[in-house]
Design a protein around this ligand. Structure first.
Ligand code: FAD
Ligand code: SF4
Length: 521
Protein backbone atom coordinates (compact mmCIF):
# COMPACT_ATOMS: atom_id res chain seq x y z
CA UNK A 1 0.00 0.00 0.00
CA UNK A 2 1.38 3.46 -0.81
CA UNK A 3 2.35 5.79 2.05
CA UNK A 4 -0.18 8.50 1.31
CA UNK A 5 -3.04 6.01 1.47
CA UNK A 6 -1.65 4.62 4.76
CA UNK A 7 -1.49 8.15 6.24
CA UNK A 8 -4.97 9.08 5.12
CA UNK A 9 -6.49 5.87 6.38
CA UNK A 10 -5.72 7.01 9.93
CA UNK A 11 -8.46 9.58 9.59
CA UNK A 12 -10.73 7.43 7.39
CA UNK A 13 -13.83 5.82 8.70
CA UNK A 14 -15.52 3.84 5.95
CA UNK A 15 -14.19 0.94 3.93
CA UNK A 16 -16.02 0.17 0.69
CA UNK A 17 -15.54 -3.18 -1.04
CA UNK A 18 -15.56 -3.22 -4.85
CA UNK A 19 -16.14 -6.68 -6.33
CA UNK A 20 -14.40 -7.71 -9.54
CA UNK A 21 -17.68 -7.50 -11.46
CA UNK A 22 -18.56 -4.06 -10.08
CA UNK A 23 -16.27 -1.85 -12.14
CA UNK A 24 -18.92 0.80 -12.71
CA UNK A 25 -17.18 4.16 -12.84
CA UNK A 26 -20.55 5.96 -13.09
CA UNK A 27 -21.70 4.63 -9.71
CA UNK A 28 -22.79 7.39 -7.32
CA UNK A 29 -20.07 6.24 -4.87
CA UNK A 30 -17.50 7.98 -7.02
CA UNK A 31 -19.32 11.25 -7.61
CA UNK A 32 -17.47 12.91 -4.72
CA UNK A 33 -13.97 12.40 -3.38
CA UNK A 34 -14.20 11.78 0.32
CA UNK A 35 -11.18 11.63 2.64
CA UNK A 36 -13.05 9.48 5.10
CA UNK A 37 -13.70 6.74 2.56
CA UNK A 38 -11.27 4.05 1.37
CA UNK A 39 -12.07 1.62 -1.44
CA UNK A 40 -10.66 -1.88 -1.65
CA UNK A 41 -10.33 -4.31 -4.55
CA UNK A 42 -8.84 -7.77 -4.09
CA UNK A 43 -7.57 -10.60 -6.29
CA UNK A 44 -8.37 -13.67 -4.21
CA UNK A 45 -8.28 -17.43 -4.44
CA UNK A 46 -11.90 -17.96 -3.41
CA UNK A 47 -12.81 -16.25 -6.70
CA UNK A 48 -10.20 -17.91 -8.90
CA UNK A 49 -10.89 -21.36 -7.49
CA UNK A 50 -14.69 -21.78 -7.26
CA UNK A 51 -14.58 -23.15 -10.86
CA UNK A 52 -11.85 -24.05 -13.34
CA UNK A 53 -11.95 -20.76 -15.20
CA UNK A 54 -10.59 -20.04 -18.64
CA UNK A 55 -7.20 -18.33 -18.31
CA UNK A 56 -8.57 -15.41 -20.35
CA UNK A 57 -11.38 -15.00 -17.86
CA UNK A 58 -9.03 -14.76 -14.85
CA UNK A 59 -6.70 -12.43 -16.71
CA UNK A 60 -9.64 -10.38 -18.01
CA UNK A 61 -11.03 -9.82 -14.52
CA UNK A 62 -7.67 -8.95 -12.95
CA UNK A 63 -6.69 -6.63 -15.83
CA UNK A 64 -9.98 -4.77 -15.64
CA UNK A 65 -9.76 -4.53 -11.83
CA UNK A 66 -6.24 -3.10 -12.05
CA UNK A 67 -7.35 -0.60 -14.69
CA UNK A 68 -10.26 0.44 -12.47
CA UNK A 69 -7.87 0.84 -9.53
CA UNK A 70 -5.70 3.21 -11.63
CA UNK A 71 -8.76 5.16 -12.72
CA UNK A 72 -10.00 5.66 -9.15
CA UNK A 73 -6.55 6.72 -7.97
CA UNK A 74 -6.23 9.16 -10.87
CA UNK A 75 -9.53 10.66 -9.70
CA UNK A 76 -8.06 11.14 -6.20
CA UNK A 77 -9.99 8.42 -4.43
CA UNK A 78 -8.20 6.45 -1.71
CA UNK A 79 -7.89 2.86 -2.83
CA UNK A 80 -6.25 -0.28 -1.50
CA UNK A 81 -5.49 -2.97 -4.07
CA UNK A 82 -4.62 -6.43 -2.81
CA UNK A 83 -2.70 -8.29 -5.52
CA UNK A 84 -2.91 -12.06 -5.93
CA UNK A 85 0.54 -12.77 -4.53
CA UNK A 86 0.74 -10.03 -1.90
CA UNK A 87 2.17 -11.38 1.35
CA UNK A 88 -0.71 -10.03 3.39
CA UNK A 89 -3.38 -11.42 1.03
CA UNK A 90 -5.50 -13.87 3.06
CA UNK A 91 -7.28 -14.92 -0.15
CA UNK A 92 -10.94 -14.39 0.78
CA UNK A 93 -13.24 -11.38 1.13
CA UNK A 94 -14.00 -12.02 4.78
CA UNK A 95 -10.43 -12.69 5.95
CA UNK A 96 -8.96 -9.74 4.08
CA UNK A 97 -11.73 -7.48 5.23
CA UNK A 98 -11.46 -8.52 8.88
CA UNK A 99 -7.74 -7.92 8.63
CA UNK A 100 -8.14 -4.45 7.12
CA UNK A 101 -10.76 -3.44 9.65
CA UNK A 102 -8.60 -4.38 12.62
CA UNK A 103 -5.43 -2.94 11.10
CA UNK A 104 -6.89 0.45 10.19
CA UNK A 105 -9.70 0.90 12.70
CA UNK A 106 -12.44 1.43 10.15
CA UNK A 107 -15.77 2.18 11.73
CA UNK A 108 -18.11 1.33 8.84
CA UNK A 109 -18.18 -1.29 6.08
CA UNK A 110 -20.09 -0.78 2.84
CA UNK A 111 -20.60 -2.86 -0.29
CA UNK A 112 -22.77 -2.96 -3.40
CA UNK A 113 -25.40 -5.68 -3.90
CA UNK A 114 -23.50 -8.63 -5.41
CA UNK A 115 -24.87 -10.40 -8.47
CA UNK A 116 -24.03 -13.87 -7.20
CA UNK A 117 -25.92 -15.72 -4.48
CA UNK A 118 -22.67 -17.23 -3.15
CA UNK A 119 -21.00 -13.83 -2.65
CA UNK A 120 -24.21 -12.31 -1.32
CA UNK A 121 -24.36 -14.97 1.42
CA UNK A 122 -20.66 -14.58 2.24
CA UNK A 123 -20.94 -10.82 2.61
CA UNK A 124 -24.06 -11.06 4.75
CA UNK A 125 -22.13 -13.44 7.03
CA UNK A 126 -19.20 -11.05 7.09
CA UNK A 127 -21.47 -8.20 8.19
CA UNK A 128 -22.64 -10.31 11.11
CA UNK A 129 -19.09 -11.32 12.05
CA UNK A 130 -17.53 -7.87 12.17
CA UNK A 131 -17.86 -5.53 15.10
CA UNK A 132 -18.42 -2.36 13.04
CA UNK A 133 -21.60 -1.19 11.32
CA UNK A 134 -22.29 -2.11 7.72
CA UNK A 135 -24.59 -1.17 4.87
CA UNK A 136 -25.28 -2.25 1.32
CA UNK A 137 -26.20 -0.13 -1.69
CA UNK A 138 -27.50 -0.92 -5.17
CA UNK A 139 -24.96 -1.61 -7.91
CA UNK A 140 -26.81 0.90 -10.15
CA UNK A 141 -26.43 -1.24 -13.25
CA UNK A 142 -29.58 -3.18 -14.13
CA UNK A 143 -32.97 -1.95 -15.34
CA UNK A 144 -34.71 -4.12 -12.76
CA UNK A 145 -34.36 -4.82 -9.06
CA UNK A 146 -33.65 -8.33 -7.84
CA UNK A 147 -37.30 -8.82 -6.87
CA UNK A 148 -38.98 -7.19 -9.87
CA UNK A 149 -39.54 -10.33 -11.93
CA UNK A 150 -40.97 -12.20 -8.94
CA UNK A 151 -43.35 -9.33 -8.21
CA UNK A 152 -44.38 -9.06 -11.86
CA UNK A 153 -45.27 -12.75 -12.15
CA UNK A 154 -46.72 -13.10 -8.66
CA UNK A 155 -49.46 -15.73 -8.63
CA UNK A 156 -48.59 -16.90 -12.15
CA UNK A 157 -47.47 -20.45 -12.96
CA UNK A 158 -45.32 -19.52 -15.94
CA UNK A 159 -42.79 -16.78 -16.49
CA UNK A 160 -43.13 -15.62 -20.06
CA UNK A 161 -40.13 -13.64 -21.30
CA UNK A 162 -42.29 -11.82 -23.81
CA UNK A 163 -44.61 -10.25 -21.24
CA UNK A 164 -41.73 -9.24 -18.95
CA UNK A 165 -39.90 -7.73 -21.93
CA UNK A 166 -42.94 -5.71 -23.03
CA UNK A 167 -43.52 -4.44 -19.52
CA UNK A 168 -39.88 -3.24 -19.32
CA UNK A 169 -40.03 -1.56 -22.71
CA UNK A 170 -43.10 0.38 -21.60
CA UNK A 171 -41.72 1.18 -18.16
CA UNK A 172 -38.41 2.50 -19.51
CA UNK A 173 -39.81 3.97 -22.77
CA UNK A 174 -37.53 1.86 -24.93
CA UNK A 175 -38.55 1.75 -28.62
CA UNK A 176 -42.01 3.00 -27.75
CA UNK A 177 -44.47 5.31 -29.48
CA UNK A 178 -46.57 6.36 -26.53
CA UNK A 179 -48.16 3.17 -25.25
CA UNK A 180 -47.56 1.26 -28.50
CA UNK A 181 -44.39 -0.44 -29.70
CA UNK A 182 -42.48 1.74 -32.12
CA UNK A 183 -43.24 0.66 -35.72
CA UNK A 184 -46.25 -1.32 -34.54
CA UNK A 185 -44.80 -4.73 -33.66
CA UNK A 186 -43.26 -6.10 -30.46
CA UNK A 187 -41.49 -9.09 -31.92
CA UNK A 188 -39.44 -9.55 -35.10
CA UNK A 189 -38.03 -13.01 -34.31
CA UNK A 190 -39.51 -14.54 -37.46
CA UNK A 191 -37.41 -12.18 -39.63
CA UNK A 192 -34.27 -12.89 -37.65
CA UNK A 193 -33.30 -16.47 -38.34
CA UNK A 194 -31.27 -16.58 -41.53
CA UNK A 195 -28.44 -18.83 -42.56
CA UNK A 196 -25.25 -17.08 -43.66
CA UNK A 197 -25.10 -17.09 -47.49
CA UNK A 198 -22.51 -19.60 -48.74
CA UNK A 199 -19.73 -17.20 -49.73
CA UNK A 200 -20.57 -14.46 -47.29
CA UNK A 201 -17.48 -13.17 -45.48
CA UNK A 202 -18.47 -11.67 -42.14
CA UNK A 203 -16.87 -8.43 -40.92
CA UNK A 204 -13.65 -9.36 -39.07
CA UNK A 205 -14.08 -8.71 -35.33
CA UNK A 206 -12.35 -5.80 -33.58
CA UNK A 207 -9.82 -7.25 -31.14
CA UNK A 208 -7.45 -5.49 -28.75
CA UNK A 209 -3.76 -6.08 -28.24
CA UNK A 210 -3.47 -5.67 -24.51
CA UNK A 211 -0.19 -6.77 -22.99
CA UNK A 212 -1.20 -8.74 -19.91
CA UNK A 213 2.09 -10.61 -19.43
CA UNK A 214 2.67 -9.34 -15.90
CA UNK A 215 -0.69 -10.55 -14.66
CA UNK A 216 -0.18 -13.82 -16.47
CA UNK A 217 3.20 -14.30 -14.77
CA UNK A 218 1.66 -13.73 -11.36
CA UNK A 219 -1.01 -16.33 -12.08
CA UNK A 220 1.65 -18.77 -13.28
CA UNK A 221 3.41 -18.51 -9.89
CA UNK A 222 0.32 -20.06 -8.26
CA UNK A 223 -1.38 -23.44 -8.61
CA UNK A 224 -4.62 -21.90 -9.88
CA UNK A 225 -6.21 -24.41 -12.26
CA UNK A 226 -7.25 -22.81 -15.56
CA UNK A 227 -8.40 -23.97 -18.99
CA UNK A 228 -7.93 -22.68 -22.53
CA UNK A 229 -5.21 -20.70 -24.23
CA UNK A 230 -4.07 -17.07 -24.14
CA UNK A 231 -1.69 -14.77 -26.00
CA UNK A 232 -0.39 -12.62 -23.14
CA UNK A 233 1.06 -9.97 -25.45
CA UNK A 234 -2.16 -9.60 -27.44
CA UNK A 235 -5.05 -10.06 -25.07
CA UNK A 236 -8.06 -9.46 -27.26
CA UNK A 237 -10.77 -8.52 -24.77
CA UNK A 238 -11.50 -4.97 -23.58
CA UNK A 239 -10.03 -4.31 -20.13
CA UNK A 240 -11.37 -0.84 -19.37
CA UNK A 241 -14.33 1.36 -20.08
CA UNK A 242 -12.63 3.13 -22.99
CA UNK A 243 -12.02 -0.14 -24.83
CA UNK A 244 -15.49 -1.41 -23.94
CA UNK A 245 -17.02 1.67 -25.55
CA UNK A 246 -14.76 1.22 -28.58
CA UNK A 247 -16.01 -2.33 -28.97
CA UNK A 248 -19.60 -1.18 -28.64
CA UNK A 249 -19.05 1.56 -31.26
CA UNK A 250 -17.48 -0.99 -33.59
CA UNK A 251 -20.48 -3.26 -33.19
CA UNK A 252 -22.92 -0.42 -33.88
CA UNK A 253 -21.03 0.77 -36.95
CA UNK A 254 -20.15 -2.62 -38.46
CA UNK A 255 -22.47 -5.31 -37.15
CA UNK A 256 -25.82 -4.00 -35.91
CA UNK A 257 -27.26 -3.81 -39.43
CA UNK A 258 -26.98 -7.62 -39.71
CA UNK A 259 -27.27 -8.61 -36.05
CA UNK A 260 -30.87 -9.81 -36.14
CA UNK A 261 -30.65 -11.51 -39.52
CA UNK A 262 -27.67 -13.68 -38.57
CA UNK A 263 -28.02 -13.99 -34.82
CA UNK A 264 -28.78 -17.73 -35.13
CA UNK A 265 -26.29 -18.41 -37.94
CA UNK A 266 -23.10 -20.45 -37.52
CA UNK A 267 -20.08 -20.95 -39.73
CA UNK A 268 -16.74 -22.75 -39.27
CA UNK A 269 -13.88 -20.47 -38.17
CA UNK A 270 -16.21 -17.47 -37.85
CA UNK A 271 -16.13 -17.08 -34.12
CA UNK A 272 -18.27 -14.01 -33.57
CA UNK A 273 -20.07 -13.13 -36.83
CA UNK A 274 -22.33 -10.12 -36.17
CA UNK A 275 -22.49 -10.54 -32.37
CA UNK A 276 -21.49 -7.67 -30.11
CA UNK A 277 -19.10 -9.47 -27.72
CA UNK A 278 -19.99 -6.94 -25.02
CA UNK A 279 -21.21 -9.43 -22.41
CA UNK A 280 -17.91 -9.37 -20.50
CA UNK A 281 -17.86 -5.55 -20.47
CA UNK A 282 -21.48 -5.41 -19.37
CA UNK A 283 -21.32 -8.20 -16.82
CA UNK A 284 -18.44 -6.56 -14.97
CA UNK A 285 -20.22 -3.20 -15.40
CA UNK A 286 -17.63 -1.32 -17.43
CA UNK A 287 -20.62 -0.32 -19.55
CA UNK A 288 -24.29 -0.29 -18.66
CA UNK A 289 -27.25 -1.89 -20.41
CA UNK A 290 -28.96 1.51 -20.49
CA UNK A 291 -26.15 3.16 -22.44
CA UNK A 292 -25.87 0.18 -24.79
CA UNK A 293 -29.55 0.43 -25.69
CA UNK A 294 -29.46 4.21 -25.98
CA UNK A 295 -26.44 4.14 -28.28
CA UNK A 296 -27.95 1.37 -30.42
CA UNK A 297 -31.18 3.34 -30.78
CA UNK A 298 -29.26 6.50 -31.71
CA UNK A 299 -27.31 4.55 -34.33
CA UNK A 300 -30.55 3.31 -35.88
CA UNK A 301 -31.97 6.84 -35.82
CA UNK A 302 -28.85 8.08 -37.63
CA UNK A 303 -28.91 5.36 -40.32
CA UNK A 304 -32.55 4.27 -40.72
CA UNK A 305 -32.09 3.25 -44.34
CA UNK A 306 -29.11 0.98 -43.51
CA UNK A 307 -30.29 -0.51 -40.22
CA UNK A 308 -33.70 -2.14 -40.43
CA UNK A 309 -35.82 -1.98 -37.32
CA UNK A 310 -35.86 -5.76 -36.84
CA UNK A 311 -32.06 -5.73 -36.38
CA UNK A 312 -32.34 -3.16 -33.61
CA UNK A 313 -35.30 -4.81 -31.89
CA UNK A 314 -33.53 -8.17 -31.94
CA UNK A 315 -30.57 -6.65 -30.16
CA UNK A 316 -32.57 -4.62 -27.63
CA UNK A 317 -34.61 -7.74 -26.79
CA UNK A 318 -31.44 -9.59 -25.73
CA UNK A 319 -30.51 -6.88 -23.29
CA UNK A 320 -33.62 -5.39 -21.74
CA UNK A 321 -35.38 -8.71 -22.31
CA UNK A 322 -33.30 -11.83 -21.82
CA UNK A 323 -30.56 -10.39 -19.64
CA UNK A 324 -32.91 -8.80 -17.10
CA UNK A 325 -35.24 -11.79 -17.26
CA UNK A 326 -32.46 -14.26 -16.43
CA UNK A 327 -31.34 -12.14 -13.52
CA UNK A 328 -34.90 -12.01 -12.19
CA UNK A 329 -35.30 -15.80 -12.44
CA UNK A 330 -31.98 -16.23 -10.63
CA UNK A 331 -32.96 -14.15 -7.62
CA UNK A 332 -36.44 -15.63 -7.52
CA UNK A 333 -35.33 -19.26 -7.62
CA UNK A 334 -31.91 -19.47 -5.98
CA UNK A 335 -30.51 -21.36 -4.12
CA UNK A 336 -32.75 -24.33 -5.10
CA UNK A 337 -32.26 -23.56 -8.80
CA UNK A 338 -28.66 -24.79 -8.64
CA UNK A 339 -29.82 -28.29 -7.67
CA UNK A 340 -32.59 -28.82 -10.25
CA UNK A 341 -32.30 -31.85 -12.51
CA UNK A 342 -35.72 -32.35 -14.15
CA UNK A 343 -34.63 -35.27 -16.35
CA UNK A 344 -32.51 -36.84 -13.61
CA UNK A 345 -29.55 -36.85 -16.01
CA UNK A 346 -26.47 -38.53 -14.54
CA UNK A 347 -23.81 -38.90 -17.25
CA UNK A 348 -20.33 -37.40 -17.25
CA UNK A 349 -19.26 -34.78 -19.76
CA UNK A 350 -17.17 -36.39 -22.52
CA UNK A 351 -13.44 -35.69 -22.21
CA UNK A 352 -13.38 -33.87 -25.55
CA UNK A 353 -15.44 -31.02 -24.11
CA UNK A 354 -12.13 -29.99 -22.49
CA UNK A 355 -9.91 -30.55 -25.54
CA UNK A 356 -12.08 -30.09 -28.64
CA UNK A 357 -10.84 -33.42 -29.96
CA UNK A 358 -13.96 -34.83 -31.56
CA UNK A 359 -14.81 -35.80 -35.12
CA UNK A 360 -18.10 -33.90 -34.94
CA UNK A 361 -17.36 -30.73 -36.87
CA UNK A 362 -19.93 -28.50 -35.19
CA UNK A 363 -18.76 -29.46 -31.70
CA UNK A 364 -15.09 -29.35 -32.64
CA UNK A 365 -15.50 -25.80 -33.94
CA UNK A 366 -17.60 -24.52 -31.03
CA UNK A 367 -15.35 -26.08 -28.39
CA UNK A 368 -12.05 -25.10 -29.98
CA UNK A 369 -13.13 -21.52 -30.38
CA UNK A 370 -14.29 -21.51 -26.75
CA UNK A 371 -10.86 -22.76 -25.67
CA UNK A 372 -9.10 -20.20 -27.89
CA UNK A 373 -11.27 -17.14 -27.32
CA UNK A 374 -13.20 -17.85 -24.09
CA UNK A 375 -16.23 -17.08 -26.25
CA UNK A 376 -18.90 -18.75 -28.31
CA UNK A 377 -21.99 -16.98 -29.51
CA UNK A 378 -25.44 -17.78 -28.21
CA UNK A 379 -26.57 -20.29 -30.77
CA UNK A 380 -23.31 -22.26 -30.50
CA UNK A 381 -23.80 -22.46 -26.73
CA UNK A 382 -27.47 -23.39 -27.05
CA UNK A 383 -27.74 -25.54 -30.17
CA UNK A 384 -24.29 -27.14 -30.41
CA UNK A 385 -22.67 -27.78 -27.01
CA UNK A 386 -25.86 -27.43 -24.95
CA UNK A 387 -27.93 -29.45 -27.40
CA UNK A 388 -25.43 -32.32 -27.42
CA UNK A 389 -25.07 -32.34 -23.62
CA UNK A 390 -28.83 -32.56 -23.14
CA UNK A 391 -29.28 -35.26 -25.78
CA UNK A 392 -26.50 -37.26 -24.13
CA UNK A 393 -28.06 -37.00 -20.68
CA UNK A 394 -25.12 -35.24 -19.00
CA UNK A 395 -25.59 -34.26 -15.36
CA UNK A 396 -26.44 -30.51 -15.14
CA UNK A 397 -23.73 -29.99 -12.49
CA UNK A 398 -21.09 -31.10 -14.98
CA UNK A 399 -22.52 -28.85 -17.68
CA UNK A 400 -22.77 -25.86 -15.36
CA UNK A 401 -19.16 -26.28 -14.28
CA UNK A 402 -18.07 -26.26 -17.92
CA UNK A 403 -20.07 -23.17 -18.91
CA UNK A 404 -19.16 -21.34 -15.71
CA UNK A 405 -15.48 -21.93 -16.39
CA UNK A 406 -15.02 -21.56 -20.09
CA UNK A 407 -16.64 -18.25 -21.02
CA UNK A 408 -15.16 -14.86 -20.24
CA UNK A 409 -18.66 -13.55 -19.51
CA UNK A 410 -19.65 -16.43 -17.22
CA UNK A 411 -20.96 -15.21 -13.90
CA UNK A 412 -23.36 -17.51 -12.14
CA UNK A 413 -26.52 -15.38 -12.30
CA UNK A 414 -26.50 -15.37 -16.10
CA UNK A 415 -24.65 -18.63 -16.67
CA UNK A 416 -26.81 -20.96 -14.58
CA UNK A 417 -30.15 -19.61 -15.77
CA UNK A 418 -29.04 -19.99 -19.37
CA UNK A 419 -27.41 -23.37 -18.87
CA UNK A 420 -29.51 -25.24 -16.35
CA UNK A 421 -32.62 -23.37 -17.42
CA UNK A 422 -32.80 -22.40 -21.06
CA UNK A 423 -30.33 -24.94 -22.44
CA UNK A 424 -30.78 -28.03 -20.28
CA UNK A 425 -34.43 -27.65 -19.21
CA UNK A 426 -33.23 -28.94 -15.84
CA UNK A 427 -35.60 -26.44 -14.23
CA UNK A 428 -38.56 -28.25 -15.84
CA UNK A 429 -39.64 -25.18 -17.81
CA UNK A 430 -39.10 -22.10 -15.65
CA UNK A 431 -36.82 -20.19 -18.04
CA UNK A 432 -38.01 -21.83 -21.27
CA UNK A 433 -41.15 -23.50 -22.47
CA UNK A 434 -39.49 -26.49 -24.16
CA UNK A 435 -36.09 -28.18 -24.31
CA UNK A 436 -33.81 -26.84 -27.03
CA UNK A 437 -32.79 -30.04 -28.81
CA UNK A 438 -32.35 -30.83 -32.46
CA UNK A 439 -31.10 -33.42 -34.89
CA UNK A 440 -28.56 -32.63 -37.62
CA UNK A 441 -31.20 -31.03 -39.84
CA UNK A 442 -31.46 -27.87 -37.70
CA UNK A 443 -27.68 -27.59 -37.40
CA UNK A 444 -27.33 -27.96 -41.15
CA UNK A 445 -30.10 -25.45 -41.75
CA UNK A 446 -28.36 -22.79 -39.68
CA UNK A 447 -24.68 -23.51 -40.34
CA UNK A 448 -22.00 -24.59 -42.77
CA UNK A 449 -20.63 -27.28 -40.48
CA UNK A 450 -22.09 -30.46 -41.90
CA UNK A 451 -20.61 -30.34 -45.40
CA UNK A 452 -17.06 -30.91 -44.14
CA UNK A 453 -17.90 -33.22 -41.24
CA UNK A 454 -16.63 -36.78 -40.75
CA UNK A 455 -20.24 -37.75 -39.99
CA UNK A 456 -23.09 -37.58 -42.47
CA UNK A 457 -25.95 -35.32 -41.58
CA UNK A 458 -28.62 -37.26 -43.50
CA UNK A 459 -27.65 -40.68 -42.10
CA UNK A 460 -29.46 -41.83 -38.98
CA UNK A 461 -28.04 -45.27 -38.29
CA UNK A 462 -25.00 -47.24 -39.37
CA UNK A 463 -21.57 -46.07 -40.41
CA UNK A 464 -20.86 -42.35 -40.11
CA UNK A 465 -24.42 -41.62 -39.00
CA UNK A 466 -24.52 -38.15 -37.43
CA UNK A 467 -24.78 -38.73 -33.64
CA UNK A 468 -27.31 -35.92 -33.24
CA UNK A 469 -29.86 -37.91 -35.27
CA UNK A 470 -30.18 -41.02 -33.12
CA UNK A 471 -29.50 -39.21 -29.82
CA UNK A 472 -32.39 -36.89 -30.66
CA UNK A 473 -34.93 -39.72 -30.78
CA UNK A 474 -33.34 -41.46 -27.84
CA UNK A 475 -33.86 -38.25 -25.83
CA UNK A 476 -37.56 -38.10 -26.67
CA UNK A 477 -38.01 -41.80 -26.07
CA UNK A 478 -36.39 -41.88 -22.64
CA UNK A 479 -38.18 -38.73 -21.47
CA UNK A 480 -41.64 -39.49 -22.83
CA UNK A 481 -43.33 -39.44 -19.41
CA UNK A 482 -41.95 -35.96 -18.74
CA UNK A 483 -42.49 -34.38 -22.15
CA UNK A 484 -45.34 -35.93 -24.10
CA UNK A 485 -47.92 -33.60 -22.51
CA UNK A 486 -45.96 -30.47 -23.38
CA UNK A 487 -48.11 -28.76 -26.03
CA UNK A 488 -45.03 -27.40 -27.84
CA UNK A 489 -43.59 -30.86 -28.44
CA UNK A 490 -46.51 -33.27 -28.52
CA UNK A 491 -46.13 -33.26 -32.30
CA UNK A 492 -42.71 -34.93 -32.06
CA UNK A 493 -44.29 -37.84 -30.20
CA UNK A 494 -46.82 -38.28 -32.99
CA UNK A 495 -43.93 -38.68 -35.43
CA UNK A 496 -42.11 -41.07 -33.07
CA UNK A 497 -45.20 -43.21 -32.49
CA UNK A 498 -45.86 -43.49 -36.20
CA UNK A 499 -42.35 -44.70 -36.96
CA UNK A 500 -41.92 -48.39 -37.85
CA UNK A 501 -40.82 -50.50 -34.84
CA UNK A 502 -37.66 -51.69 -36.61
CA UNK A 503 -36.68 -48.09 -37.45
CA UNK A 504 -37.18 -47.12 -33.82
CA UNK A 505 -35.12 -50.05 -32.59
CA UNK A 506 -32.29 -49.21 -34.99
CA UNK A 507 -32.25 -45.57 -33.83
CA UNK A 508 -32.24 -46.55 -30.16
CA UNK A 509 -29.46 -49.12 -30.71
CA UNK A 510 -27.40 -46.55 -32.58
CA UNK A 511 -27.88 -44.01 -29.79
CA UNK A 512 -26.98 -46.64 -27.20
CA UNK A 513 -23.79 -47.43 -29.07
CA UNK A 514 -22.82 -43.76 -29.30
CA UNK A 515 -23.57 -43.14 -25.64
CA UNK A 516 -21.45 -46.11 -24.59
CA UNK A 517 -18.59 -44.82 -26.75
CA UNK A 518 -19.12 -41.13 -26.17
CA UNK A 519 -15.44 -40.35 -25.68
CA UNK A 520 -14.67 -41.75 -29.14
CA UNK A 521 -17.11 -39.55 -31.02
C1 FAD B 1 -25.75 -22.53 -22.33
C2 FAD B 1 -25.61 -21.03 -22.31
C3 FAD B 1 -24.78 -20.42 -21.40
C4 FAD B 1 -24.67 -19.03 -21.37
N1 FAD B 1 -23.86 -18.47 -20.44
C5 FAD B 1 -23.76 -17.11 -20.37
C6 FAD B 1 -22.90 -16.50 -19.41
O1 FAD B 1 -22.24 -17.18 -18.63
N2 FAD B 1 -22.81 -15.15 -19.40
C7 FAD B 1 -23.53 -14.37 -20.27
O2 FAD B 1 -23.42 -13.15 -20.20
N3 FAD B 1 -24.37 -14.92 -21.15
C8 FAD B 1 -24.49 -16.26 -21.25
N4 FAD B 1 -25.32 -16.82 -22.19
C9 FAD B 1 -26.16 -15.95 -23.02
C10 FAD B 1 -25.53 -15.52 -24.35
O3 FAD B 1 -25.10 -16.65 -25.05
C11 FAD B 1 -24.37 -14.55 -24.16
O4 FAD B 1 -24.80 -13.45 -23.38
C12 FAD B 1 -23.85 -14.02 -25.48
O5 FAD B 1 -23.43 -15.10 -26.29
C13 FAD B 1 -22.70 -13.06 -25.22
O6 FAD B 1 -22.09 -12.67 -26.41
P1 FAD B 1 -22.37 -11.27 -27.11
O7 FAD B 1 -22.06 -10.16 -26.18
O8 FAD B 1 -21.66 -11.28 -28.40
O9 FAD B 1 -23.92 -11.32 -27.31
P2 FAD B 1 -24.91 -10.78 -28.47
O10 FAD B 1 -25.45 -11.94 -29.20
O11 FAD B 1 -24.27 -9.71 -29.25
O12 FAD B 1 -26.09 -10.17 -27.58
C14 FAD B 1 -25.97 -8.87 -26.96
C15 FAD B 1 -26.11 -8.99 -25.46
O13 FAD B 1 -27.38 -9.49 -25.10
C16 FAD B 1 -27.30 -10.19 -23.87
N5 FAD B 1 -27.84 -11.53 -24.04
C17 FAD B 1 -28.06 -12.20 -25.19
N6 FAD B 1 -28.64 -13.39 -24.95
C18 FAD B 1 -28.74 -13.48 -23.61
C19 FAD B 1 -29.24 -14.48 -22.74
N7 FAD B 1 -29.76 -15.62 -23.20
N8 FAD B 1 -29.18 -14.25 -21.44
C20 FAD B 1 -28.67 -13.10 -20.95
N9 FAD B 1 -28.20 -12.12 -21.72
C21 FAD B 1 -28.24 -12.31 -23.03
C22 FAD B 1 -25.83 -10.26 -23.50
O14 FAD B 1 -25.56 -9.34 -22.49
C23 FAD B 1 -25.12 -9.91 -24.77
O15 FAD B 1 -23.89 -9.27 -24.54
C24 FAD B 1 -25.42 -18.23 -22.26
C25 FAD B 1 -26.26 -18.86 -23.18
C26 FAD B 1 -26.36 -20.24 -23.21
C27 FAD B 1 -27.28 -20.88 -24.19
S1 SF4 C 1 -23.05 -33.97 -39.47
FE1 SF4 C 1 -23.74 -33.98 -37.37
S2 SF4 C 1 -21.88 -33.89 -36.12
FE2 SF4 C 1 -21.33 -33.31 -38.21
S3 SF4 C 1 -21.46 -31.08 -38.23
FE3 SF4 C 1 -23.44 -31.84 -38.91
S4 SF4 C 1 -24.66 -31.98 -37.06
FE4 SF4 C 1 -22.54 -31.77 -36.40
Amino acid sequence: MCESVAKNIKMSKTIRLILGDQLNSNHSWYKTVDDTVVYVLMEIRTETDYASHHIQKVVGFFSAMQAFYSELKANNHQVIYIYLNDENNLQSFDKNMQNLISEHNFTHFEYQLPDEYRVDSDLKKLCKAISISSSVVDSEHFFTTRAELGDFFEGKKTFLLESFYRMLRKKHSVLMDGDKPLNGKWNYDSENRKKLPKNHKATPPLVFNNDVSEILNEIKKTDIKTIGTIDGKNFLWPINRKQSLELLDFFLAECLHLFGSYQDAMSPNEWSLYHARISFSMNIKMISPQEVIEKATQEWEKRPSEIEFNQLEGFVRQIIGWREYMRGIYWLKMPDYATLNFFNNQEKLPDWFWTGKTKMNCLKDAINQSLNYAYAHHIQRLMITGNFALLAGIHPDEIDAWYLGIYIDAIEWVEITNTRGMSQFADGGIAGTKPYVSSASYIDKMSHYCGSCYYRKEVKTGEKACPFNSLYWNFYDRNEDKLSNNPRIGMMYNVWRKMKPEAKTALLEQADYYLKNINEL
